[in-house]
Design a protein around this ligand. Sequence first.
Ligand SMILES: [Zn+2]
Length: 381
Amino acid sequence: MTQPLCRICESIDVDIVLHFDEVPRNIERLLDSTSRDWDKPVELNVYQCGVCGHVQLAEQLEDDFYEDYLMTHSHAKKMQEFQRKQLSTFVEHFRLQTARVFEAGCGDGQVALIIKEMGCDVFANEPSAKARKACKEKGLETINGYVGRGAFPDLRGTFDAVVARQVLEHVPDPNDFMAGIHEMLKSGGVALIEVPSLEQAIEYSRFFDFFPDHLSYFSAIALIHLFSRNHFEVIQIKRAMDGEYNEAWIKKADKPGLAGLQAAADTISGAFRDFLHTENTSGRRVAIWGAGAKGVLTLSMVDTSPVAYLVDADPLKHGRYTPVSALQVFSPNHLLSQPVDTVLITALAYKDEITADLKNKYSFKGKIAYLSGSRILEDSP
Ligand SMILES: [Zn+2]
């Protein structure tokens, strides 16, 4: 058997933590007298990732694995009551009563029907033809196939919410599955993801919770890793159904966009040049206050030759020079012996303190300006 990669963090640092010699290939499929001939036990190895702690199997399932899957849970009264309560809480919390909701892996449509009854416009995917037929008979619209990156291009960005109950643990590539959900959600869309709780299996020594159908065994921590990696904000993860499940509420987060920062860096030298030019042509000498990290970096990107001098309150910096921009650092007392008309503050965190010092300690009556992103703003008197 080849060594698997972690299904969440893709680390090769995964070790066998649990081993059974012989288990059924499919624990949800009971056999009849003819199929008993091909019934063969399989070996089961459970692995844990040394990096993120995720628990999983190495195997992949055959393509037709879910064709004959038995969906028996939805007949139990306790389960139906639980689902109704769980979904109404979710729908009410996020005010989804008239929203468009996608259910991933809807099975016989029991849950999709509950969501539909709450007023939502429900659509679902289901790989089993038998289950899709059952959904059709209930008046539920479904699509064939598995959720994943690029799986349903026509559905991209069209849902306010996604529900995936007892699906993620069967999925070969949880990152691909979460990417698929991310794609289908509108900006700021939410999802309810429910999986069997790994914590429950460990707390009650439930070795029988591990079987070939479940490729992953999620703890709350592993879920947080998975959701964060796939640009979801975790709203809450709680144990549900007497602790049997980990139920997560998550929200689609957009990747932080840095394009605006590049534009700011590209325009700072122009803004600086224009400011100094305006000041100097009006006969106003400009000093800069602030030789801290942010000021030093900004000064390295601009032409400082029209600057009269640079001051900083830190005595350890006096007499030294700024890297790249090569300005000598003076004490603020320099403002008294070599007066200027304008002071430009680069030490933003201390802007208010410096402004107060300029007015009170140094009796400065000139113009005070400060750096804000790529703009130079003037302090209102
Ligand atoms: Zn991992």
